[in-house]
Write a protein that binds this ligand. Structure first.
Ligand code: HEM
Length: 429
């Protein structure tokens, strides 16, 4: 198998005779190399982009004058093997890395070529010898330039490959985004259709006078109202998650005491819990709540989502709200535990995705938007926390937890703030 350098030499016509001639020429050309470097570095700093690559001042130029002479000696060593190819490739790559355009390297080679040809005039007065030397040197310089440019080609290929990978990834992400958008739209229209159908169906029954008595009519109107309420909740949640995912939600993060948000959420949910004969226990009262960094309105929204969910999916027993400071360190962990139907192991990760219900049959009856947990996760993550779900103690019920960053400052806990006169009252149980 012909190697790259052999193929290149065959292609450019570089022969063993040329190499032999270069070897002979080497010692005679040595005296011209300092002048080559002078002329080279007198001219190329005039290149349009030179100011960008010559950042090292006089010292760099002096160093480069030496490296260029070393490079030229390589030409006259007359050994054009793999090592030579690798060395020339690396030199080329140094120019790629400094962002020098290939065309300047190519044009600079003409400085080298014309000077060395002039030198041959002094070394070979006889024209036939000079022509033979000039042709051999010309082929070796072509070989050298091709090896240097090889690194440019590879760099360009690499660039194209990474642009292509980037484009493919962007394409995949676009496909994925449009697929999940279509899926979301399909789910949304499905979710919207159910309550809309019941609003229209029941209204038509009433309008057509198909109700037996005013009591039945009232019952239907109640159904219409709760479907409309559900519809509104769904539309709000859809808009909310749309805004959050589009990054159009401005959080008002502040150092705050979560007590007020907890109290008002528990109070709101307590009404529904009592209607279902459920106990609601606020164990956060037993804890010296630390100050946290959060958006109070969004914290309340998350608490309401989780507490409402717990009440919705619990037929009997208790819904408990718990607070665990510094769990993990630097975070306040809030837990909503219920004695409800629980979430199958396989679904625990997915319940935070849009419109994923842990118990679809249970959910239909309960009229959930299927977006509450998805919205809660986005909001908690936007506030720098995390959220998760496990089964309750003994595998009964569900425990949803989330964390929010605590405020690391002296007097940041509830008791020290109380000394400053902030009052909190116990929640309903
Ligand atoms: C035939 C054309 C050229 C040859 C043979 C050549 C040769 C070299 C050599 C041998 C080195 C040292 C590489 C090393 O240290 O390993 C080098 C580096 C450098 N060359 Fe060239 N060069 C050429 C064209 C140019 C041109 C046109 C410019 C600028 C306009 C340029 C700017 C530089 C700079 C800035 C460095 C230092 C790179 C670094 O620090 O990594 N060269 N060149």
């Amino acid at each position: 198998m012909e190697t790259f350098i052999e193929e290149m030499k065959r292609y450019l016509g570089v022969t063993e005779e040329d190499a032999e001639l270069m070897r002979k020429l080497g010692p005679r050309m040595e005296k011209y190399l300092p002048e080559l470097a002078e002329r080279f570095y007198a001219q190329i700093p005039l290149h349009p982009n030179a100011f960008r690559v010559f950042t090292g001042g006089e010292a760099q130029i002096n160093h480069l004058k030496q490296t260029l002479q070393a490079w030229a000696r390589g030409l006259f060593r007359g050994v054009y093997d793999e090592d030579y190819a690798a060395e020339r490739y690396q030199i080329g790559f140094r120019h790629v890395r400094i962002g020098l355009e290939q065309k300047y390297v190519i044009s600079a080679m003409s400085i080298v070529r014309s000077y060395l040809y002039d030198c041959l005039l002094f070394e070979f007065p006889a024209s036939d010898q000079r022509m033979r030397a000039a042709h051999a040197l010309g082929r070796v310089l072509d070989l050298d330039l091709n090896l240097m440019c090889e690194s440019y080609m590879h760099a360009t290929l690499e660039n194209l490959r990474s642009i292509n990978e980037h484009l493919e990834r962007a394409n995949r992400e676009l496909d994925e985004a449009s697929r999940s958008k279509d899926e979301f739209l399909a789910l949304v229209s499905h979710e919207l259709r159910t309550p809309l159908n019941s609003v229209m169906g029941f209204t038509k029954l009433i309008l057509d006078g198909l109700t037996k008595n005013p009591e039945e009519e009232k019952e239907l109107l109640r159904e219409v109202f709760s479907s409309a309420q559900h519809l509104l909740g769904l539309v709000n949640d859809i808009l909310d998650i749309g805004r959050i995912e589009a990054g159009r939600v401005a959080l008002r993060l502040q150092n705050m005491n979560p007590r007020a948000a907890i109290e008002s959420s528990v109070a709101l949910v307590a009404v529904q819990a009592i209607e279902k004969n459920l106990k609601i226990r606020d164990e956060t009262l037993e804890v010296d709540l630390p100050r946290i960094r959060a958006d109070e309105v969004r914290l309340r929204q998350v608490l309401l989502n989780l507490l409402m969910n717990a009440v919705k999916f619990t037929r009997k027993g208790t819904v408990t709200l718990r607070a665990v400071p510094s769990h993990p360190p630097g975070f306040l962990r809030l837990e909503v535990e219920d004695t409800g139907v629980g979430v199958p192991q396989g679904k625990r990760e997915r319940v935070f995705e849009k419109f994923v219900q842990a118990n679809p049959s249970q959910a239909r009856r309960q009229e959930g938007s299927g977006l509450g947990l998805a919205i809660s996760r986005k909001l908690v993550e936007l506030m720098g926390g995390s959220i998760g779900l496990t089964s309750g103690p003994g595998g009964v019920g569900t425990l949803v937890w989330f964390t929010l960053p605590m405020v690391e400052e002296p007097g940041a806990s509830e008791s020290s703030s109380q000394q400053q006169g902030v009052v909190s009252t116990p929640a309903t149980s």
